[in-house]
Ligand binder design. Structure first.
Ligand code: SOE
Length: 385
């Protein structure tokens, strides 16, 4: 196989980010097979055709039709969570590789079915990956490398926050992200899932138990007339219920003994996309904030105390993960590059016949953490994952 035909389902924010990745990946990275943007799929014919400008050769309205096409080898799922399981399982059974946006599913039961389908497909050389894109931000990949090299020693603390503010205004309208039937959960699954995956990735460890609390600060909102960006344009008068959490906070114990605190909120006024992680170990610490995404702060506790201190590593050197494919040192990367790196790693795994990471099994494990947080918030108890 010299080409890998892609069908992408969904073309909103995530669809645009994935389109950019498929378009750019083969132009900056040496890939063993060439991704070809064969067909875009969306429910609305006009909007789907218009979204074809993102680089797609063809546009269709029925996702099932792409499973019969010989020019499609991989299905990229960028739809809301309520459709992930059906599309992913059908695609894997049809022998298509799958990339599925996070969180993997809307429930543990769906995620189990998806992970089982992925395990069966892997026996036939068919691969599945879940899109936790932040793993591919070079500074976070470097953070994992430092932990794996033992530079932090034994990890004691993980402090993770994902702070946004796009619905702090009670007049911000309803969107699918505020609808439990479509999204599964709110801040917890949408952005909390990212910090669960990112911290487990950095530590090479998994969360074993949690206790949490969740809140919906604004339970009724205007119904959106049209959707744009994350929320939409409100119509006057009509309101509807918010059926998900606006914020989710939880404590965690990792299997390896580290203690974690997690905060995911869409009400952190002034914080736009502040995915922040700090890890403290016996030999050092590291800290990251996506709002300064080309930087990793590293404290080397083995240095002489008279000169030791957090150092600001600008993660733009060719030695840093993924960076050498891009610009000369110091020129920096953005949000979209993590999606390109995700596409690159998936194409390489497919070509090499290896299982990509994060796998659907990894996505299922994150789903179990999210479910445990919800159960804990309802029952006000600690929950095993
Ligand atoms: C909205 O909260 C959102 O777009 C998430 O859905 C994405 O996963 C995250 O990368 C940015 O914020």
């Amino acid at each position: 196989m010299t080409t890998l035909g892609i069908a992408m389902v969904g073309h909103a924010f995530m669809g645009a980010a994935h389109s950019q990745a498929w378009r750019v990946a083969p132009r900056f990275f040496d890939l063993p097979v060439q991704p070809v943007m064969a067909v875009l799929c969306g429910r609305d014919p006009g909007r789907t055709r218009a979204a074809g400008r993102l680089g797609w050769a063809d546009a269709v309205t029925d996702w099932k039709s792409v499973l019969d096409r010989d020019d499609v080898h991989l299905v990229d799922i960028c739809t809301p969570g309520d459709t992930h399981a059906e599309i992913a399982v059908a695609a894997l059974e049809a022998g298509k590789h799958v990339l599925c946006e996070k969180p993997l599913a809307n429930s543990v039961a769906e995620a189990v079915a998806m992970a089982e389908a992925a395990a069966r497909a892997a026996e036939r050389g068919v691969r599945a990956m879940v899109g936790f894109s932040y793993r591919r931000v070079p500074a976070l990949a470097l953070a994992r490398d430092l932990v794996a090299q033992g530079r932090l020693g034994r990890v004691h603390h993980v402090r993770a926050q994902y702070l946004q503010d796009w619905i702090v205004d009670p007049a911000a309208p309803l969107s699918w992200r505020l609808d439990k039937d479509k999204a599964g959960s709110g801040a917890l699954g949408d952005i909390g899932a990212h910090i669960v995956d990112a911290t487990q990735f950095i530590l090479g460890d998994t969360i074993a138990e949690v206790t949490g609390t969740m809140e919906t600060f604004v339970p009724q909102r205007p119904v959106a007339a049209a959707h744009s960006g994350l929320s939409g344009t409100a119509v006057s008068g009509e309101t509807g219920p918010v059926t998900v959490d606006d914020a989710a906070l939880f404590l965690a114990r990792f299997a390896g003994g580290a203690l974690g605190s997690f905060e995911a909120t869409r009400f952190a006024n002034g914080r736009k996309n502040a995915l922040r992680i700090e890890v403290n170990g016996s030999a050092g610490s590291l800290a990251f904030d996506f709002e300064d995404m080309n930087v990793l702060q590293f404290f080397d506790g083995t240095e002489d105390a008279s000169v030791a201190g957090f150092r600001r590593i600008v993660v733009t050197e060719p030695q840093h993960p993924y960076v050498s494919a891009w610009w000369p040192a110091g020129h920096g990367l953005g949000y979209e590059h993590a999606f390109t790196h995700q596409a690159v790693d998936l194409v390489r795994a497919v070509a090499e016949g290896t299982d990509p990471s994060p796998s659907f099994a990894d996505g299922l494990q994150v789903q179990r953490v999210l479910a445990a947080v919800e159960t804990s918030a309802e029952s006000r108890t600690w929950q095993q994952v």
